[in-house]
Write a protein that binds this ligand. Sequence first.
Ligand code: NCD
Length: 358
Amino acid sequence: MARLTEIGWEDFAGLSLEAKKPYLEREEGDGLPYHTLFAQQFDRSCLERLCALANRIRFINKSKEGALYLKNVLAHKRAMLYFSQPSSRTFLSHLAACQILGITTGSVRDAATSSEFKGESREDSIRTFSSYFDMIIMRSPVQGLAEKMAWELSNSSRPVPILNAGSGKDQHPTQALLDIYTLVRSFEEKGGIDGRTVTFCGDLMRGRTVRSLSYLLTNFKNVRQIFVAPPDLQVPADVVMILAKKGVDFEVTDDLKAAVKTSDAVYMTRIQDEWDSSKGESAKIDTSRFKFGAEELALLRPDGVIMHPLPRRDEIATCCDHDPRAMYWRQMRNGMWIRAALIASTFGFERSIMECGY
Ligand code: NCD
């Protein structure tokens, strides 16, 4: 359970994200989230614990005995995957994470097949899921819906945790967790994430993964962030404000090649034209200088990494795919492990998995 029962909706909604964090934590007070809604819920210690748990789950799952142990951990739980926006990786990796832990799942992937089609509100639909399931993993185009539902369900007769799998243009906390896990794994034998330079490139204005990852990176020491985008798609003011307030060294530029030369990680993103206010709006923007190809690959340091939340269009040329620095394929699989870690810890199984004999 979360402490959200202690505060009214209006008061909660008015708090800063940092101030909301304690209300979303598990009541047991272990510092890990009950509801996972935004990146501001994760400090460095949470991140390190989740990465350690993901490593542990990955290792245990290698043997049949270990995999069967994991399959029993949450065999008594059911999760609802409610995805009212398109998704491949996020849906499948949450599904696979549930399967690893033995959770039974149900799903709605198109509101047109649910009673929303008959005019039921999203809020009522989600409340309905909470009658049958023990966790709701949701992706919605509506910013703030996951947060509202977390409050509603915490204050209902059957509280269940909400896991935000992408909310509007706003946040995508579990993607940011898998991005951090990928960076941790990429640099684990090379001194870690501290002191690294991470470049974000593409549609930084509307890419929710960028907002969440940029924040998570502020948990590390001396990480420089470079934002490369056409002026109309540059990083939004709220992200810049957080970085400035936290004293993060960052740069806003349109020169991808110069940024690549000084970067340890380059995080490419897709133009998010589904958010265009008029059809074809994004197509008018010249994005040709914001693509990663053979020339950029030649400039990237030998131990650098190329990342992408995927799906991609042409922002990373396929000629980069077999380069050992192309981390986007591994990123996907890392997502399954870190999501399994997050789900296990949401239900209070961090310690037992860490300490089991496998
Ligand atoms: C991202 C998303 O949905 O925000 N995809 C994902 O979850 N892996 C990025 C995108 O769609 O471009």
